[in-house]
Structure formats: structure tokens, C-alpha cells
Ligand binder design. Structure first.
Ligand code: NAD
Ligand code: SER
Length: 317
């Protein structure tokens, strides 16, 4: 059975991925870690948990050794909007953190899985049906670190034989942990505000399409690619994966099917709007479909129905 270490496990993805992996691989085989503790008792108390700053290479090696880790799922990162506020910090965490993970994996023959993002593309990338292999000239620090991370993972595979794998994630929508300071966060907050106030003020302008995905599909993609037959993989890192592409007004239309009086207004944030404008409208994920049978389960309608159902329960508590 795999022995997995997750870094940055108390964020939007990690809080759910830890529990998903514990179901799949057994509680004791999944070690959760984060730089700080947060209020997620299920993750912290449901199996091994360690405080770990990914910039501390010695502690990372110590934890891997202590639990005989063979797979690192590296999630610790600074996302796009926070990255523009603290670019030096984003560079440090996103690149030096990944470097520490890859080095410990190289020294101990471990597998590494780490997500890239739609942010690895930029304004000169073809925006529609964005190909797997195309122009990548992002203009955010987050995007710069994501492209560099994709290349670094490829390098560790070809140069050292480290089994690196990863996906380019769209913006994620989920109802457990709130998103950690990205550009696509509006697509989560809109559901919370729909339930609480029956209205939402969007910082992203009407007509701005971005790729998005519901968390269950993200969890499924991680497991599928982690377990994929390596002989079938032509690409390894940074597979485009897509599920749905929409603009704020598409969400409004869908939410109104459940809450007819819901109102959407706009107060555009120029920083996050510029980031969104530089990202693809929709990615071509045919390589992921061909090489490891990727296929999403949720579209906007199915996700909206489930998000509203789950949040009604959560926010009533
Ligand atoms: P998040 O911001 O919600 O969580 C990141 C976690 O990392 C937080 O719990 C934070 O405390 C922790 N962290 C920050 N600095 C750390 C450090 N130095 N050492 C250890 N932990 C540290 O992020 P997320 O949404 O869960 O994203 C996880 C990964 O997925 C990131 O690589 C991100 O770029 C990628 N991704 C996320 C999305 C999305 O929409 N959520 C989309 C594309 C890619
Ligand atoms: N959701 C992420 C962000 O907006 C995309 O990587 O930063």
C-alpha cells in the first residue's frame, strides 16, 4: 500500500483530498501536513498529521523518513491573487517548496504528484480549446512559478527518473474549505452568498469565461493519474483537465433555476479581472482523456444543484 505525504493539506483541496485518500489507502497510510494548524479536526485527528513548512527541507526529509513515505502529493502554494500582493513570498513557497519536495523524492526514490493551473497560460496563449502543448507566457508571479514548476517536474523525470505527475487544474468549486486567495474564488463565494443573501456582487466582469471544476472531479483526477499505467503516459506533468467553462452570468442563470429571486451585480476588481483575462476560456483536455481515461462527472447544472444542496445544510448549522 502507498505511504502518502500531503503538503498544504489544510487548504481548499487538501482538506478533501486527505479524507478521500484515507478512504482509498487507509488512515494510517496518509500523512497530512500543513505549515500551520487550522480548524479541520477531521483531517488533523483522523490520521497522522504533522506541522511542516515546505521551505524546511530537513523537516520534510525527517517526516518522509519517519513514516517511510513513497509518494508526496504537494499542494502547499500561494495562489494567484495573494501572489500578486506578495510576489516574493509566492516565488519562494511555490518554487523553493517544490524544489525541496523534488530533491527529497530524488534522494529517496519517491513519486511526486503536484498540480499546475490554468494560470500557467498567459495572454498570448490561444484562449479557446487551449491545446496541451502551446505558448506559455503568463504575466502573474503565480503563473510564472507554475510554468517553472511544470518544467522542473519534467526535468526531474527525464534527468533523474523521479516519477513526477500532475494536472493543470481549472478553478475549483467546493463547499468544505473556502478557497485560498485565487482569481476564480468568485465561483465559490457566489453560492455562499446566494444561500445567505439571495444576491452576489461579482469582482469578475460579465462575459469572462474561465475553466472550472467541481471538487469531486478534481479528487477523481488525482487518483486516476496517480494510479495510471506509466507506459501509457506520453505527457507526465501538467495535463490539461477540463469539466466546464462559464462566465458569471452563466452561474446566475443556473442559480436562478433554484432561487428565482437571486440577483447578480458587478463591482469589478481590476487586478483579478486582468488575471482572469489572461487565462484561457476553455482548455482542450484530450491528452488526459487519451492517456489515462480522464472524464468529468459534473457540469454547471449538476454542480449548482449539489453546491446549493450542500450549502443549505452547512449554513443552517
Ligand atoms: P489553498 O491556498 O487553499 O491551500 C494551500 C495550503 O498550503 C494552505 O493550507 C496553506 O496554509 C498551506 N501553505 C502555505 N504555505 C505553506 C508552506 N510554506 N508550507 C506548508 N504549507 C503551506 O490552495 P489549494 O486551492 O488547496 O491549492 C492546492 C494546489 O492546487 C496549489 O498548488 C494550487 O496552485 C493548485 N491549484 C488550485 C486551484 C484551485 O482552484 N483551488 C486551481 C489550480 C491549481
Ligand atoms: N483557482 C486558482 C486561482 O485562481 C487557479 O489556479 O489562483
Amino acid at each position: 500500500m502507498r505511504k502518502i505525504l500531503l503538503t498544504g493539506c489544510l487548504g481548499q483541496i487538501g482538506t478533501e483530498l486527505t479524507l478521500h485518500f484515507r478512504k482509498e489507502y487507509g488512515d494510517e497510510n496518509v500523512v497530512a501536513s500543513n505549515r500551520t494548524k487550522k480548524d479541520f479536526p477531521e483531517v488533523i485527528d483522523g490520521g497522522p498529521f504533522e506541522l511542516l513548512d515546505v521551505l524546511d527541507a530537513n523537516r520534510l526529509a525527517e517526516i518522509c523518513n519517519k513514516y517511510k513515505i513513497d509518494t508526496i502529493v504537494h499542494l502547499a502554494a500561494i495562489l494567484s491573487a495573494v501572489g500578486e500582493v506578495k510576489p516574493q513570498h509566492a516565488f519562494n513557497v511555490n518554487l523553493n517548496g517544490l524544489y525541496n519536495v523534488l530533491e527529497v523524492a530524488r534522494e529517496n526514490d519517491m513519486q511526486v504528484f503536484t498540480p499546475s493551473s490554468i494560470a500557467a497560460f498567459g495572454p498570448s496563449t490561444p484562449p479557446d480549446n487551449t491545446p496541451q502543448d502551446t505558448i506559455q507566457r503568463p504575466n502573474t508571479i503565480y503563473g510564472v512559478t507554475k510554468v517553472a514548476g511544470e518544467l522542473l517536474c519534467d526535468y526531474y523525470y527525464t534527468r533523474f527518473g523521479v516519477d513526477t505527475r500532475g494536472v493543470r487544474l481549472p478553478g475549483l468549486i467546493s463547499h468544505e474549505a473556502l478557497p485560498g486567495g485565487g482569481t476564480t474564488d468568485y465561483a465559490v463565494h457566489i453560492y455562499y452568498d446566494a444561500i445567505r443573501y439571495n444576491r452576489y456582487e461579482s469582482y469578475i466582469a460579465a462575459g469572462t469565461k474561465m475553466d472550472m471544476m467541481y471538487m469531486p472531479d478534481c479528487l477523481k483526477a488525482f487518483t486516476l493519474l496517480l494510479e495510471a499505467n506509466p507506459d501509457r503516459l506520453i505527457h507526465r506533468n501538467a495535463f490539461n483537465i477540463a469539466a466546464m467553462s462559464f462566465a458569471p452570468e452563466d452561474m446566475e442563470k443556473e442559480i436562478k433555476k433554484h432561487l428565482p429571486d437571486f440577483e447578480l451585480s458587478y463591482n469589478v476588481d481590476p487586478v483579478r479581472q486582468a488575471i482572469a483575462d489572461s487565462w484561457p476560456n476553455s482548455m482542450d483536455d484530450s491528452c488526459a482523456r487519451d492517456e489515462w481515461d480522464w472524464k468529468p462527472d459534473y457540469d454547471l447544472a449538476a454542480m449548482t444543484a449539489d453546491m446549493l444542496k450542500q450549502l443549505r445544510i452547512k449554513l443552517a448549522k
